[in-house]
Design a protein around this ligand. Structure first.
Ligand SMILES: [Zn+2]
Length: 61
């Protein structure tokens, strides 16, 4: 999987371009808006789309 253009901070939903990507996963990331630097608290664009799909499914029921 190629590196994404940006990641989105799950704490404040701000996109960040300050991250290190290796072998399909986030190694390091930093959110300039809230200071979050926990790699597990960031998502790729694809991850967010999946989450949005899951959310909309929940709302339908
Ligand atoms: Zn943030």
């Amino acid at each position: 999987m190629a590196a994404p253009d940006y990641l989105v901070c799950l704490e404040c939903e701000t996109p960040t371009y300050t991250f290190e990507w290796r072998e399909g996963r986030i190694v390091e990331a930093l959110c300039m808006a809230c200071g979050n630097d926990d790699p597990s608290a960031f998502a790729t664009e694809d991850d967010l789309e999946e989450m949005a799909l899951r959310d909309s499914e929940r709302e339908d029921s």
